[in-house]
Design a protein around this ligand. Structure first.
Ligand code: 5AD
Length: 362
């Protein structure tokens, strides 16, 4: 029988899906040996959240950033051309998103913690909700924010304005590694506190990590997955680390591209098996390593894709890493999903099923 060892490993893991040593073993699989893991994750996705793929139009609101993360191409100290989209540009992209039938939008940006920026975001969110209402989307587009850390009061204002999901990556659950990739003015604790605030406010809450960071071990990645579970997270967006040459981490030795890709896919699969009914995004960074990376992510148990709707002239300046792919036009993004036998859900928020059960438990 094929893949006997891996099937055995999976069987034991599924009996106690919180054993870090077994998670590490699953993460280390390569080549053909990944197939049982992939198939089990796909099955788990099918049973828990179905096979539909939810699209969120991604709008990169500004590449201005107050933080100086050592890996990121738009870090504060980098000299890149900075832009901030106008309210009209953002609402224009939102309307395109709604017209295409993608029920949700993600507003993402660098981290700017001022009240003035929160005012701007609230105005934009209210306007998008108002202007994208139609008979197919009676509540307007669903809005996810991915804008970094704020105070609980600021999060509350954005929620009250009409956003209902928030993504805040922890980057790694390992305090020491976090310290190695961030300047001293940032801490993992601050991000974990912010996640608790988001849950308190009532957001569907997502997080994520980078995969294949210099100094990151399989044991650390296993702990990342267990952290998603412990945080009772509703959504995960994570992807391979892609060096950005003009950053302090641009030249660090790292795993080969194919190893980082496989590790990224295995992380999706294991997260699906451990967390069950959450939403998992197949991220842009996967595509940075493989032109079919996004499709592969969906075959390993992801159920969300985020086609980029940022105006192309700004998109080139939202460069978190060097190999950021030029995204395919949206209609071919749909076609590539249909090619793997999946369907893009139309005019739906695509909320996390996990959120509904977490909310019922409150
Ligand atoms: N490689 C991969 N992902 C990156 N991000 C930032 N820089 C990089 C990089 N060099 C990710 C971080 C951040 C998100 C917006 O993009 O996880 O939270």
């Amino acid at each position: 029988m094929k893949h006997l060892f891996e099937k055995h490993l999976l069987e034991h893991f599924l009996k106690a899906p919180s054993d870090p040593a077994r998670i590490s073993q699953l993460l280390s699989l390569t080549g053909e040996a990944c197939e049982p893991l992939r198939a089990a994750a796909y099955d788990c996705m099918k049973q828990n959240v179905g096979e539909d793929v939810y699209f969120r139009g991604l709008v990169e609101v500004t590449n201005r950033c107050g933080l100086n993360c050592l890996y990121c191409g738009i870090r504060r100290d980098n000299s890149v051309e900075r832009y901030t989209l106008s309210e009209d540009d953002i609402c224009g992209a939102a309307k395109v998103c709604a017209e295409m039938g993608f029920g949700s939008l993600v507003l993402q940006s660098g981290e700017l913690r001022s009240d003035k920026y929160v005012d701007f975001i609230c105005r934009v969110v209210e306007r998008i909700k108002r202007e994208t209402k139609n008979e197919r989307l009676p509540m307007g587009l669903g809005i996810t924010l991915s804008l970094g850390v704020f105070s609980q009061g600021q999060f509350q204002r954005m929620f009250d304005a009409g956003a209902h999901r928030y993504l805040l990556r922890i980057e790694t659950s390992n305090e020491q590694l976090f310290g190695q990739i961030h300047p001293a003015d940032q801490s993992l604790g601050e991000r974990l506190d912010a996640i608790a605030m988001l849950q308190q406010v009532g957001f569907q809450t997502g997080t994520g990590v980078m995969i294949g960071l210099p100094g990151q071990t399989l044991a650390m990645l296993a702990q990342d997955v267990l952290m998603f579970k412990k945080l009772d997270i509703d959504m995960v967006g994570m992807g391979p680390f892609l060096p950005s040459r003009n950053t302090p981490m641009g030249e660090n030795p790292i795993l080969s591209a194919s190893k980082r890709l496989q590790l990224g896919l295995n992380m999706i699969a294991v997260t699906r098996l451990v967390c069950g009914d959450i939403n998992i995004a197949s991220t842009t960074a996967l595509e940075g390593l493989d032109p079919n990376g996004r499709q592969k992510g969906l075959l390993y148990g992801a159920n969300v894709a985020m086609p980029n709707l940022t105006p192309p002239e700004n998109r080139v300046n939202y460069k978190l890493y060097d190999d950021k792919p030029v995204m395919q036009p949206v209609d071919s993004a749909v076609a590539s999903i249909e090619k793997i036998g999946r369907k893009v859900a139309i005019n739906k928020f695509g909320d996390s099923r996990h959120f509904a059960s977490r909310f019922a438990r409150r």
